[in-house]
Design a protein around this ligand. Structure first.
Ligand SMILES: Nc1ncnc2c1ncn2[C@@H]1O[C@H](COP(=O)(O)OP(=O)(O)O)[C@@H](O)[C@H]1O
Ligand SMILES: [Mg+2]
Length: 305
C-alpha cells in the first residue's frame, strides 16, 4: 500500500490567527478578528501524549478535530494513532478507512474492552502516512450495557500494557469521543493526559456545557488526577457577538486551556466524503491552517520543542 504523505502548510502568514494571552473586551465589533487565547500559565506538551476529544453534543466538531489534529501531528513526523470511541456514527472509521489485512480477524475498540485482543492488534494503518486507527462499529455499544469488568480503565490499561512491554510505537494517541458521557467516554478520559473540547459556535447548549464541565472535574477528582483540559476548540467559527460571548464563557470555565477558533469552511464539511483529512484534501483552506496552528501550540513539532 502506498501511503499518502500529509503536507506541511506554508500558507501566507497574513492568514494565520493572531495569538493573545487575554481577550481585549474593548475591541469594537468591526475590528474584531478571530484570535487564539493562550493563557500565560499554559505549557505545551511533549510526546508521548494521549488526547480525548470530548463533548456529549453531536455535531460539535469532535471527529473533525480528531482527524485534523492527527493529520497536523502526522505532518510533523509524529506517529499518530486515532481511536474511534463513537459507536453511534463510527464517523472516524468511515472517514479514515482502516486498511485491514486480506485475512484474519478484524478487531475493533470493542474487542479491546472485552479482552479479545491487545490495542496493537486492533490498530490498522490508514491510507495516510503516520496515521493508524483503532476502528469501531455499532457493536461498541455493547460496552455500555454489558459493562465488562474494568471497562472504565480498559483503554488506560491497554495503553499501559503497551508502554510496559515497550511495544508502543505511537507518539500521539487521539481518542474521538461519542456524543454521550457514558462508560466509553469515561474510559477515554481515564486514559488521557488531556481533554480537548470542541464546541460548535452555531449550536450552543449551555446546559450541556455545564454537565460536560462537571464530568471532566469528576473524572479529575476520582479517576484521573493528571487529566487537564488542554484546549477548547470553537469549531465552524464566524464573526458574531455570540461567538465572542461563547469564547469569554469557555475561558472562564476552563482558565487552564487554550481557546482556539477554527473558521467555518465548506472544505471541512466536504473532506469526510473525500475520505481524507482537510489537510490533504484542501491544504490551503482556513480549516487546515487553523487546525495546524492549534496542533502546533498544543503539541509542538519536535523541531520546535
Ligand atoms: N470548521 C468547520 N467549518 C464548517 N463545517 C464544519 C467545521 N468543523 C466541522 N464541521 C461540520 O460540522 C459537522 C459536525 O462535525 P463532526 O466533526 O462530525 O462533529 P461530532 O464528531 O462532534 O459529531 C460535520 O458536518 C462537519 O463537516
Ligand atoms: Mg463524531
Amino acid at each position: 500500500m502506498d501511503r499518502i504523505t500529509l503536507p506541511s502548510l506554508d500558507g501566507p502568514p497574513g492568514d494565520r490567527l493572531e495569538i493573545v494571552s487575554a481577550w481585549d473586551a474593548s475591541t469594537p465589533y468591526q475590528a474584531w478578528r478571530p484570535q487564539i487565547l493562550v493563557p500565560s500559565t499554559f505549557r505545551p506538551a511533549t510526546a508521548p501524549r494521549v488526547y480525548a476529544v470530548v463533548n456529549q453534543k453531536g455535531g460539535a466538531g469532535k471527529t473533525t478535530s480528531a482527524v485534523e489534529l492527527a493529520a497536523a501531528w502526522a505532518a510533523e513526523g509524529y506517529r499518530v494513532r486515532v481511536i474511534d470511541a463513537d459507536h453511534q456514527e463510527a464517523a472516524l472509521s468511515v472517514w479514515l478507512v482502516p486498511q485491514y489485512p486480506d485475512e484474519g480477524p478484524r478487531h475493533s475498540l470493542r474487542s479491546v474492552f472485552f479482552d479479545e485482543c491487545t490495542l496493537a492488534e486492533a490498530t490498522y494503518p490508514t491510507r495516510f502516512e503516520g496515521i493508524d486507527i483503532v476502528p469501531s462499529g455499532v457493536d461498541l455499544q455493547r460496552v455500555e450495557y454489558e459493562r465488562p469488568i474494568g471497562a472504565e480503565q480498559a483503554i488506560a490499561a491497554a495503553l499501559a500494557a503497551e508502554a510496559e512491554a515497550g511495544t508502543s510505537v505511537h507518539d500521539v494517541t487521539v481518542i474521538d469521543g461519542a456524543p454521550s458521557l457514558g462508560l466509553v467516554t469515561v474510559a477515554a478520559l481515564a486514559a488521557s493526559d488531556e481533554v480537548l473540547v470542541p464546541v460548535k459556535v452555531g449550536g450552543l447548549d449551555m446546559k450541556g456545557m455545564q454537565s460536560l464541565h462537571r464530568t471532566i472535574r469528576t473524572v479529575q477528582q476520582k479517576v484521573n488526577p493528571k487529566l487537564r483540559v488542554g484546549a477548547v476548540i470553537l469549531t465552524a467559527w464566524d464573526k458574531s457577538d455570540f461567538a465572542r460571548q461563547l469564547a469569554v464563557q469557555v475561558s472562564t470555565d476552563y482558565p487552564e486551556a487554550i481557546i482556539v477558533p477554527i473558521r467555518r469552511s465548506i472544505r471541512a464539511s466536504e473532506a469526510p466524503l473525500a475520505e481524507a483529512p482537510v489537510r490533504s484534501y484542501a491544504p490551503r483552506s482556513t480549516a487546515a491552517g487553523d487546525y495546524g496552528q492549534a496542533a502546533g501550540i498544543i503539541l509542538p513539532g519536535r523541531a520546535a520543542a
